[in-house]
Design a protein around this ligand. Structure first.
Ligand code: SAM
Length: 352
């Protein structure tokens, strides 16, 4: 078989993956990843953005079949973090390498009002950090309040690109609502990063490819792929873990499809392949890493997959970045996006 990803004509015109590409293995797969890594290198240089994530509430009004925080999981102790504790942690005790913070919750509007908004204001007032949020689908008023507080990046995965599969997995709200929210955020000045889960039960080839089609159509600035990890306390607990090779090929395909996107290496890569998963993610052209700063006493019940989580510490992230010949970005992701905006405005003025 000829490997379409490796021909220059395929790289030069718009790239869209097919199953031959996503199924590559062995040396052809390595070449795919190298090609994607080179595209990231041309676009971003060797730098990788480093953010922290803090998870501040595990209340969730959604009931996604794949997620341990689903509202039907009665074994989870639900709670919200104390604002003062998280503010103190981020303002005075954050790792020196982080330039941005992502505040994440289950879908919990109460936590947004009581903790997230005050936290964003404090971070913006007291630190140079850029702020991302990952809070699920909210209403337009809350989105504006978050923005006014100083957040500029919204992470909202479309989760599953095929509407029927989306419904089968009880993914958040409904498919159309999720997509409308993504479009609303992008139309209202947010930098939007979305994403999908690969290897979910019931995923067919056409359903997998639907993720790329949807990602390509949406007004996004970044996109992630996470391998499906069967959560202990979910209806899918006996299903198989996604194959890491498929996840990595999806990441490389996203990079080739949209060279300008910020693409994270997600921590679940290390659950899908303990030891090397994360580093292999960086090798596919990922350019964003996340250090988990959720306090230990809350972390255990912020349950996405398994109670035994693999925590990405600063040390693990920095050594993976160094081992792959990459470097930590000094510029924050929020600042990077701001400079992109002003460059685009300048060229529009020049062209007028
Ligand atoms: N509640 C917010 C939302 O809906 O966007 C915040 C994100 S949610 C707490 C965390 C993310 O983890 C989801 O967007 C989902 O993609 C991912 N996730 C949850 N369970 C997963 C699983 N079993 N395997 C892979 N990813 C999973």
């Amino acid at each position: 078989m000829a490997f379409p990803v490796l021909t220059k004509s395929v790289i030069d015109k718009a790239f869209f993956p097919d199953m031959d590409v996503l199924n590559l293995r062995g040396s052809a797969q390595n070449q795919l990843h190298e090609r994607a890594a080179n595209v990231a290198l041309e676009q971003f240089g060797r730098r990788v953005f480093i953010r922290a994530v803090v998870e501040v509430s595990n209340f969730c009004r959604e009931n996604c079949s794949y997620c341990g925080m689903r509202r039907d999981n009665r074994s989870l102790e639900r709670g919200r973090a104390e604002y003062e504790k998280i503010a103190e942690l981020l303002i005075h005790h954050r790792p020196s390498s982080i330039t941005d913070v992502n505040i994440q919750t289950g879908e919990d509007p109460v936590a947004v009002r009581e903790i997230v908004i005050p936290l964003i204001k404090a971070i913006r007032r007291e630190t140079p950090l850029g702020v991302s949020v990952c809070l699920g689908t909210l209403n337009p008023t809350l989105y504006s309040e978050l923005q006014e507080a100083g957040a500029s990046i919204y992470i909202i995965k479309f989760e599953i690109g095929d509407p029927t599969h989306y419904g089968e997995m009880s993914a958040p709200g409904n498919f159309n609502e999720r997509i409308e929210n993504i479009r609303h955020l992008a139309a209202h000045g947010w930098k939007v990063s979305s994403g999908f889960i690969d290897g979910l039960p019931g995923q067919t080839e056409s359903r997998l490819l639907a993720n790329f089609k949807l990602a390509n159509e949406l007004p996004l600035d970044g996109c992630s792929v996470s391998p499906f990890i069967p959560g202990d306390e979910t209806p899918l607990k006996n299903e198989p873990t996604a194959k890491i090779d498929l996840t990595l090929n999806c990441m490389a395909a996203l990079r080739l499809m949209r060279p300008e996107w910020v693409i994270p290496a997600v921590s679940a890569l290390n659950l899908a392949e303990p030891g090397m998963g994360y580093r292999r993610g960086l090798r596919t052209g990922a350019n964003l890493a996340t250090i988990n700063m959720t306090p230990e006493d809350i972390r255990g019940d912020y349950l996405l997959y398994k109670r035994d989580r693999f925590i990405m510490t600063e040390e693990r992230i920095l050594s993976a970045i160094a081992a792959e010949g990459l470097i930590a970005s000094q510029q924050s992701l929020a600042e990077f996006y701001r400079t992109q905006n002003s460059a685009a405005t300048q060229s529009a003025i020049a062209a007028a």
